[in-house]
Design a protein. Structure first.
Length: 254
């Protein structure tokens, strides 16, 4: 998806404009700020940040200095920043329905740490989807890393006995779930099925290959391109967040 975004931005924004494309820091909270600072000296008209923003101040400081930022998959609401995310209610509903259609009845969701009190939209959407599908649901939270995914599976097994399906926040957490399950002698998907709400490219390489819910890539490229173009043309604007629809990519893990 990174390559598609880069190509889409090049064609959509125009080859005469320079855009820096930044991948997720994958849980390394300090890394994002360091990379953004390194971009400041480059002749870029805008930056695209992919994935979770663990320290929103890193993005806000950068945006206040005048360079447009589009955050994909998270949100930092402030002038000069546009947020392009996934339809999180649709992510939760499609993930749960896919697992429930296979007869699974105890489904756990592994989510990232919460920045503010109360359930976020993905968590509340998951619980609503579980209720609508007539299945039991539970949520555990951990760092959005491979290690966090493994720890979260252990917590699910201990606190939610009989769990037979897992919805992971991203591919890294799902990889941790699969690795930990293998270490524990749990067969995927026979004993526990795993689906990721991400599909950033890692899932197809796993064994078993990871079933994922991913954004409509064409719509995502269009949304990011339009958001960045508007920020460049209208400095200081605060666009409304954009939600892109999603689709299930069925592989071997669920």
């Amino acid at each position: 998806m990174f390559a598609q975004l880069a190509e889409g931005l090049q064609h959509g924004i125009g080859e005469d404009r320079r855009v820096a494309l930044l991948a997720s820091s994958h849980g390394d909270a300090g890394r994002l700020g360091e990379v953004l600072e390194s971009f400041w000296s480059l002749p870029a008209e805008g930056v695209v940040v992919l994935g979770a923003v663990d320290r929103p101040d890193d993005v806000s400081r950068f945006a206040r200095r005048g360079l447009p930022v589009v955050v994909v998959g998270d949100c930092v609401p402030m002038p000069n920043v546009a947020c392009v995310g996934f339809d999180v209610e649709m992510v939760a509903r499609d993930s749960v329905n896919h697992l429930a259609a296979s007869g699974l009845r105890r489904i756990g969701m592994i989510g990232p740490p919460i920045r503010s009190p109360g359930a976020g939209p993905t968590e509340s959407g998951f619980l609503a989807a579980a209720e609508a599908a007539g299945v039991e649901g539970a949520i555990v939270r951990a760092e959005a890393t491979v290690q966090g995914g493994g720890a979260a599976l252990r917590d699910l097994i201990e606190g939610f006995p009989g769990v037979d399906g897992v919805v992971a926040h991203n591919d890294l957490m799902a990889a941790g779930v699969i690795r930990e399950a293998t270490d524990l002698g749990i067969r995927i998907p026979t004993q526990i099925a795993v689906i990721s709400a991400d599909d950033m490219g890692l899932g197809a390489l796993m064994i078993p290959a990871l079933t994922s819910v991913r954004p409509d890539r064409e719509r995502l490229v269009e949304a990011v391109t339009a958001a960045l173009g508007r920020l460049i043309d209208e400095p200081g604007v605060s666009p409304e967040p954009i939600a892109v629809p999603v689709e299930v990519v069925a592989r071997e893990s669920a």
